[in-house]
Write a protein that binds this ligand. Structure first.
Ligand code: ASP
Length: 402
């Protein structure tokens, strides 16, 4: 018993969750749902104070404005390149497999579009700047919190030494205590993961996959290629790190991403794994990871592209090369704009559909399998954030996992 580590216990929780959800089904939910809810709430409780203090600590830790600019550019470059590669993978697969061509969809469920779908990309840009930072913190508006924290951190480094040290120390202490709380919550992960998996398996029917099987296959194989080939290659070539060892270090975070379908809720775990298990410095991870959890979503980007083109195929609409390029660019923007919460990507597809003039009801077609695809794309999102942090840390001369 002693030999099983935390990851082992989480895996046991995951497998048991699938079995119990499948064999017992919904009658077990009144017992397991409270556990799932408690675990999710504990994670969510940590997110905002953690993002706020970690970004400030990260920026003040980076030090002067030259290093800050250099790290920022590297981070953005990594995010854009990998998301773009992911989209291209999806584009090739959806054109090869043609999952929507000739498919017969008797049902035309009209989905309820949430608030988010109505925002244009311009709104997302404006929303970066909070008119009231305290309200942004209170409402959990992650992008606005990140923007304010980045500026605050930067201007703390411009203060005279005594004040700089004072504020720097206060935020660093705040960050450390949030990490301690994270370590406590991590121990509950096996039970939380178990309860979340019971819920998914007991409430999601697998019949939906019949009609949408080929579409799901296109998304899943794209995600696999990106996660198992593209990102590990980047890790090996750009950072010289063994992908397998890094995967082991990040496993708790990846399993949490899979079961929560939320990059934001997983962030505390991702930070903990990157720092304590992989040995990446706080300076790099506290800057790169919170940003990544919000804007870098390779899995979502790939999925947006496949889903939009699938919808076009089902409606029998031939997309020109130029229109496919519009899909690629808007898929990238939609993945940046999607929040790190469950099913955010599904709603963002409306932006792409609108851009190329496809019927918005199209998202009703893919609703049925979205839950499971969400789990997978979120895992890829978190994996890409983690790989990016390792690559950037190594490029800054850090030695870890040696
Ligand atoms: N659930 C995803 C995430 O949190 C976003 C999405 O729906 O694609 O990373």
């Amino acid at each position: 018993m002693r030999k099983i580590n935390l990851t082992g216990w989480i895996l046991i929780g995951l497998v048991l969750g699938v079995l119990v959800g499948w064999l017992v089904g919904t009658p077990i939910l009144p017992w397991t749902n409270p556990l799932a809810e408690l675990f999710l709430r504990l994670l969510k409780m940590i997110i905002i104070p953690l993002i706020f203090t970690s970004i400030i600590t990260g920026v003040t830790g980076v030090g002067d404005s030259t290093s800050f600019g250099r790290m920022g550019i590297k981070t953005l470059l990594y995010y854009l390149t990998t998301s773009f590669l992911a989209i291209l993978t999806g584009l090739v697969l959806v054109n090869l497999l043609q999952p929507g061509v000739g498919a017969d969809f008797g049902f035309q469920e009209v989905p309820q579009l949430g608030e988010q779908s109505l925002q244009s990309l311009g709104d997302i840009f404006y929303r970066l700047i909070p008119t009231n930072p305290i309200a942004a913190l209170a409402n959990g508006d992650t992008l606005a919190v990140i923007f304010f924290a980045l500026l605050l951190g930067f201007f703390i480094t411009r203060l005279p030494q005594p004040q700089r040290t004072l504020l720097g120390d206060i935020f660093e202490a705040g960050f450390k205590v949030m990490m301690k709380m994270t370590q406590f919550v991590i121990n509950l992960a096996p039970v939380g993961v178990f309860a979340l998996l019971v819920r998914v398996v007991a409430t999601t029917g697998f019949e939906a996959f019949g009609n949408l099987g080929l579409y799901a296959l296109a998304v899943v194989s794209g995600l696999l290629i990106h996660a198992v080939i593209t990102l590990p290659l980047a890790l090996r070539l750009l950072a010289g790190i063994s992908p397998w060892r890094f995967l082991q270090a990040m496993s708790t975070a990846l399993l949490t991403a899979f079961s929560t379908s939320s990059s934001s809720a997983t962030l505390p775990m991702t930070l903990e794994c990157a720092e304590d298990r992989a040995g990446i410095s706080n300076r790099t991870s506290s800057f790169v990871l919170p940003l990544g959890a919000t804007v870098n979503m390779d899995g979502t980007a790939l999925y947006e592209c496949v889903a939009a083109i699938f919808i076009a195929q089902v409606y029998g609409i031939e997309l020109s090369f130029l229109q496919q390029m519009v899909v690629v660019v808007t898929a990238l923007l939609a993945s940046i704009g999607a929040a790190g919460i469950p099913m955010a990507g599904l709603v963002m597809i409306t932006i792409i559909l609108r851009a190329v003039g496809l019927p918005l009801e199209g998202i009703g077609l893919i609703l049925a399998v979205d839950r499971v695809l969400d789990m997978m794309r979120t895992t890829v999102n978190v994996w890409s954030d983690s790989v990016g942090t390792a690559i950037i840390a190594r490029s800054e001369g850090e030695i870890f996992l040696k």
